[in-house]
Design a binder for this molecule. Structure first.
Ligand code: FRU
Length: 299
């Protein structure tokens, strides 16, 4: 184990340098920019620790190639936030089997060939969103569900959790579409939803950019005041700000895990034993009623 030192996340032995390769699936959303910033900030506290970032620009093949590049360049540890589960599984497994520790961050891969997964529980977030929405609408209403990329695990879990949360209520999902986590796609899908449904009560979007895209589509046809919008991510500069402005009814926090990734990278590099295979992060819900108190922890 490295010395605890005075640094927040431990220190490397004097004069020792280590490199973490960080494979980010894209930097299109503020949330991913924040994740990289959180990693950078945490890593700066450890003298001798360097993080090299690669951005796959939302291209799965590019991300696979970038993970391979990291393996070949001999990084000491890899952090990967994968775009999609299945295609990123083989290169991550390859790194792991070659002895490079891999922290999988936020979106999961298949199987167990990685060192640690860090992320919040998307099923739980979806479930909480479903229950909260059912309560907010008094148990009945027409919903539009704008889903995140369904080949990524948060999209799948935010969908299945939500469906479980509204089960037995009178809520009806009248329109659903995969907006792939992207605001412009969400806006387009919402235009279609509005064209066929004159009585939408609420939009449940799997992320805040999606909820914002839906809001803009409704606003363009003067219907934004008759519809509620709920999103996920809850960044201070995005979802929380939207809730404060009254644009979103609620935003469920999805922490980036950047700080925790560096913290655990240091433990792994220091040879600490008995670390968990999965580190679950807490999540909060922000609503108009609780935003000034900093939201409320999901139970
Ligand atoms: C950003 C993002 C977030 C979302 C996360 C899920 O690319 O879509 O908005 O919470 O990825 O992995």
């Amino acid at each position: 184990m490295f010395a605890a030192g005075t640094a927040a996340f431990g220190t490397l032995p004097a004069g020792k340098k280590m490199v973490i390769g960080m494979s980010q699936c894209n930097l299109g959303e503020p949330w991913r920019v924040q994740m990289n910033a959180d990693i950078k900030k945490a890593a700066q506290k450890v003298p001798g620790l360097d993080v090299v970032f690669k951005d796959a620009q939302n291209d799965t093949l590019k991300q696979r190639a970038q993970v391979e590049e990291f393996i070949n360049s001999g990084v000491d540890l890899l952090i990967v936030s994968p775009k999609e589960a299945a295609p990123l599984t083989p290169p991550i497994a390859e790194a792991y089997k070659k002895g490079i520790p891999v922290i999988v961050l936020d979106r999961k891969v298949l199987g167990n060939d990685y060192t640690m997964f860090i992320g919040a529980d998307n099923k739980r977030i979806g479930l909480a969103a479903g229950r909260w929405i059912a309560k907010r609408l008094g148990g009945k209403g027409k919903i539009v569900e704008l889903k995140g990329l369904m080949t990524s695990t948060p999209g799948q879990d935010r969908n299945s959790g939500f469906r479980q949360g509204i089960k037995g209520s009178g809520l009806q999902v009248a329109f659903e579409a995969d907006m792939k986590w992207l605001e412009p796609d969400a806006r387009k899908e919402m235009e279609s939803a509005l064209a066929v449904h004159s009585d939408v009560d609420l939009v449940y979007a799997h992320n805040d950019p999606g909820a914002h895209g839906a809001y803009l589509a409704a606003k363009a046809v003067g219907r934004e005041k008759n519809i509620m919008f709920v999103g996920i991510d809850g960044l201070p500069q995005e979802g929380q700000a939207y809730v404060k402005q009254g644009l979103l009814e609620a935003s469920f926090e999805y922490p980036t895990g950047g700080k925790e990734a560096v913290e655990n990278a240091m433990k792994i590099l220091g040879g600490k034993k008995g670390l968990p295979k999965e580190l679950k992060l807490e999540s909060r819900v922000f609503t108009k009623a609780n935003i000034d108190k900093g939201g409320e922890l999901l139970k």
